[in-house]
Design a protein around this ligand. Sequence first.
Ligand code: ADP
Ligand code: ZN
Length: 728
Amino acid sequence: MAEVGFFPEGSRVAVLTAEPIGRPLDYLAPEGGCFPGAFVEVPLGPRKVMGVVWGPGDGRFDAARLRAVARVLDVPPMRAELQAFLIRMGAYTMTSLPAVLRLATRTPGLFDAPGARKVYRRGAGAPGRLTEARERVLEVLDAHDGGGFYLTELAQLAGVTPQVVKGLVATGAVAELEQPRDQPFPRLDPALPGKVLSEDQAKAAAALRAGMGGFGVTLLKGVTGSGKTEVYLEAVAACLAAGRQALVLLPEIALTTEFIARVEARFGARPGEWHSGATQGERRRLWRMCAEGGVQIVVGARSALFLPFRDLGLIVVDEEHDGSYKQEEGVLYNARDMAVLRASFASAQVVLASATPSLESWVNAESGKYARIDLAARFGVSELPEMRAIDLRAERIESAHWISPTLVGEVVKRLGSGEQSMLFLNRRGYAPVTICRACGHQIGCDHCDARMVEHRFLKRLVCHQCGETKPIPTACPNCGVEGKLAPVGPGVERLAEEVAERFPTARLSVLSSDLFGSARALKEAIADIAAGGADIIIGTQIVAKGHNFPRLTLVGVIDADLGLQGSDLRAAEHTFQLMRQVAGRAGRAEKPGLALLQTCQPEHPVIRAILGGDEEAFWRAEAAARRAQGVPPFGRMAGIILSGPEVAPLFEIGNALARAPAPLARIGAQVFGPAPAPIARVRGRHRVRMLVKAEKGAPLQDALRVWLRQVKLPAQVRLAIDIDPQSF
Ligand code: ADP
Ligand code: ZN
């Protein structure tokens, strides 16, 4: 049998192991041969490891001395499209192939034969003696439609030992079952009628539909509420009608519930859902169904980009400007950019949707690289909110209070008419700083270069870098004086205190990620607000993104100047995006909205751009400024982060590199630093950063490789390369 791409028995195959080995290793094909992309188990030293057949071996080794592939696993082979994408992604992000391969194969239980493991579900029996531990197990199962967990996973989620679960199996309250064959997802029907589109929306949908079938990128720009989702669902319909699969990336798990309900309403069944909150069994099933074509739409977080779609026809990146698309740990990548890369290999369309696009995408649309579709007006009668500044210099606010009289007045009006108000403050916790009034000492984290933030709700001080917590001391750790420690500045918890004091009868809801134990609890709180269960909503970042609160008519930004401090060149862009996004929450239904920005600098150009309508002028000015500095998207950048337990060796290595810039100079690139990284110490490790800046078309990765080879890293020091860093 001489099928294309079939490696017959006895020939050599290169296998990429999931080990820190940067290149494929040669093995003999197993008995019966195997296909490229096949998942296999191979011997490596004394162990057996998982690998993917990467291609024919290069023949450098004597076949008689090679070891053979142990077994071919019962999983659909990795398609050439995904292989090619991973290779390019590895080269772009300067990550080893095994590390990018791991992104695509991390799903637990994937490589078990069906029946090899047991799964645990809620059984019909009574639990016998109901201990606290047993109760927790049953709670976890009930919270997941009865469950279907592996033993270790269930035990871990419930915080019990596996014996507790086994005990419940003995009583019949938990059933132990064979792992079932994964079932396809219910079919979605793209022929079901969607909403009747407005003229603008219909034009936009037609343009997206016309682009289906090949690779292309469209920036779909429209104010919040203009119907971007409605429009891109039409592109999804066209994709499904063509028999291909669609992937919709959302920046925040909390947004998925609402979106899934919309998909269900539109296509008659629920899509597949991919996120960290899913159980291992759910993830395994979705992974397999992607590969087998048993799922048509996947909604997920950035890691869904690495699913083994059988025929991916469309990727939607919703809220494409969102910072959470940047993966900042492990393999450093931007999911928006990688979506475009993957689509180019899959001959798929990309829709980047946003009310406030990233400057990168705006520029790409401007230069014609991306198509651009604008939805100018909100759908139906709802109008964009009116936006005004409140000049804090002219307001009288008591000390340790942050809501200006003007803002208080607007909230009061809405309490009278049954409308909702939202107060936005992008700071978790009670107070950002705890200071000693005796000696001036500020309490910092022992492991990071960060102040500890007081969280009254948790009754602890928390480091927002590493998550370390400690009790709130009564005496100053520096001078020992008792009772002089005081919170300085507002966090959402403190703002909630002020709201309770000023509006004692109002129903208050505080939305801050750390106040919710689970994604589910957060989703419930959001649904409750949407149903009118709160009068005043206090929120951090998480409220800015995409939620629909029909009764909300006022948004008050407590500190519009917050993001403008610091030296980051992206500060203006980010503040602009966040403020527009937050303001967009107001007045989504019939009643007009009002957005008020409390600021000490209403004359600041960014504040004026946020208030004034001319967005295009803002983008043009931002683009001109970046072009003048030669920074992204007009130049290329890479961050080199050295980290280790001692700071001196990091600077030594950095300085050695800075003194040997020849490989970079050859491509005209410049080196800046070494300097302390924006976060100079995390979890006890110091961080030193260098920035490399090159011209747009320069072969930056090749030059970096040669440049970095010049130094040898001591065992304790790690080096991470961040291509296209978020802050510069
Ligand atoms: P965006 O994604 O731009 O924020 P959405 O698609 O969420 O906008 O639309 C905002 C609201 O308007 C949603 O409740 C949506 O159902 C509604 N809507 C948008 N377009 C239509 C339409 N053509 N017919 C009926 N309702 C629509
Ligand atoms: Zn810390």
